[in-house]
Design a binder for this molecule. Structure first.
Ligand SMILES: [Zn+2]
Length: 128
């Protein structure tokens, strides 16, 4: 399917069973919080888009997963998990994903969003 998560990225969650929706230790799938996007853009395969959930109890038919405030909370949990528990370093794809979903990420990591925007403004030759 479009923008599946890479196996290597999924492994960042292999020792986590906590369901981001209810907090119970029963997560068994990775939900694409911001959808799967399109074939022409791989931003949605960013692991920042990965939300561990229990497929039957908390994922399927859970309409609240599409609420903006809920998405912010879920993306924030994944952000904090990757940053503080896994010391994850953002890849280009993740930066693309953050910029694409800026409206959400200003509520999650506004400093990072500013940093990425500044980076983009730098002329190519000054990039490291
Ligand atoms: Zn759950």
């Amino acid at each position: 399917m479009t923008n599946d998560f890479l196996q290597k990225d999924r492994e960042l969650f292999e020792d986590n069973y906590t369901c981001w929706w209810c907090g119970v230790s029963h997560a068994n799938c990775g939900h694409h919080c911001m959808g799967r996007g399109s074939k022409n853009d791989d931003a949605e395969s960013s692991i920042l888009n990965y939300i561990p959930l229990n497929n039957f109890d908390c994922h399927i038919n859970n309409g609240k997963l599409s609420w903006k405030q809920v998405k912010i909370q879920l993306l924030k949990k994944t952000w904090e998990y990757l940053k503080y528990k896994k010391q994850y370093q953002l890849k280009e794809k993740d930066k693309k994903f953050i910029l694409k979903n800026k409206k959400y990420y200003v509520n999650i990591c506004s400093n990072e969003v500013t940093k990425i925007l500044e980076e983009l403004k730098k002329p190519e030759k000054f990039k490291n």
